[in-house]
Design a protein around this ligand. Structure first.
Ligand SMILES: Nc1ncnc2c1ncn2[C@@H]1O[C@H](COP(=O)(O)OP(=O)(O)O)[C@@H](O)[C@H]1O
Ligand SMILES: Cc1ncc(COP(=O)(O)O)c(N)n1
Length: 286
């Protein structure tokens, strides 16, 4: 039976802990076939990022095109987008292929600006292009360093309000980098508020945690979950991922990717490839 498909549009982490490598591990853990459009190759290990090579924008858009035309992902995620021209090419490709709000394929937008080591992954002049992509997102998933850059506040409620004014259906503001005993993320659509709460696990090996959370949301959306259900499942998964993190190299080790306890069921007999199953699931995109 054909599996559900998801697409990540993200940078490569040569150290294998974050970026599209973490996304593909996460998709696999949910039983979802992962596809990728590479935006940039980073020269990266557990200690930091020492180089970035951006992929030409038309090549990024072409990777999206061939995957969408042939494999019909049920949901799409973005991570490191590197530059304004790449973001503009991606935005145009999303509009063309019905990805994001206004289309039928939900979009999870993780507004990656820097690595956990503090190394930049987005050009400083690309912030406004990134904000411009928010209106297409089903959900945006910034951490507090990113909300400070994008909307000028580290308060989770204030940040969510300012993010929603930019047009996404939901904001998920992560609180994971605080020092308290709990790890609390706020999900809101402006009307309802859901606090996702877990015990903070005492480890420095959280490389790729943000990518893993957003990729898990994407996998569950591709399987047909509502956005709140997908986020709740993803929070449970990332907590297990942090709990199974490990040391490798001399810096921050990666989170683990254990098999999901609630994998995504493949579509019924009328799966992708048959006429009836050919359209991507219209879930949570508006
Ligand atoms: N030490 C930890 N223990 C438990 N959960 C964590 C821990 N660190 C991060 N998380 C969770 O992992 C997810 C990703 O958060 P975060 O690490 O802030 O993302 P990012 O990688 O974008 O900075 C969030 O749900 C966050 O609450
Ligand atoms: C290519 C790429 N994408 C995303 C991240 C963010 O992950 P983290 O915040 O864990 O460093 C990264 N370091 N590299």
């Amino acid at each position: 039976m054909n599996p559900v498909v998801a697409l990540t549009v993200a940078g490569s982490d040569s150290g294998g802990g974050a970026g599209l490598q973490a996304d593909l591990h996460t998709f696999a853990a949910f039983g979802v076939h992962g596809t990728s459009a590479v935006t940039a190759v980073t020269v990266q290990n557990t200690v930091g990022v020492t180089g970035v090579h951006e992929i030409p924008p038309p090549l990024v858009a072409d990777q999206i095109r061939v995957v969408v035309e042939d494999m019909r992902p049920g949901a799409v995620k973005t991570g490191m987008l590197a530059s304004a021209p790449i973001i503009e090419a991606i935005g145009a490709a999303f509009r063309r292929h019905g990805i994001g709000r206004g289309g039928s394929v939900p979009l999870v937008l993780d507004p990656v600006c820097a690595s956990m080591h503090g190394d930049p992954l987005l050009r400083a002049d690309a912030l406004s292009a990134l904000r411009g992509l928010f209106a297409a997102a089903t959900v945006v998933t910034p951490n507090l360093d990113e909300t400070a850059l994008l909307v000028g506040t580290r308060d989770q409620r204030d940040a969510a309000r300012a993010l929603l004014a930019l047009g996404p259906a939901y904001a998920l503001v992560k609180g994971g980098h605080g020092d308290g005993p709990r790890s609390r993320d706020l999900l809101t659509d402006g009307t309802t508020e859901l606090w996702l709460d877990a015990a903070r696990i005492d480890t420095g090996n959280t490389h790729g945690s943000g990518d893993t959370l957003a990729a898990a949301i994407t996998a569950r959306l591709a399987g047909g979950d509502s956005l709140p259900d997908a986020v709740a499942a993803a929070k449970r998964y990332v907590t297990r991922a942090v709990a199974t993190s490990y040391s490798v190299g001399s810096g921050h080790g990666p989170v683990g990717h254990p098999p999901a306890s609630d994998p995504v069921a493949p579509p019924g007999p009328a799966g992708p490839g048959s006429e009836a199953g050919a359209a991507p699931a219209a879930v949570g995109a508006s």
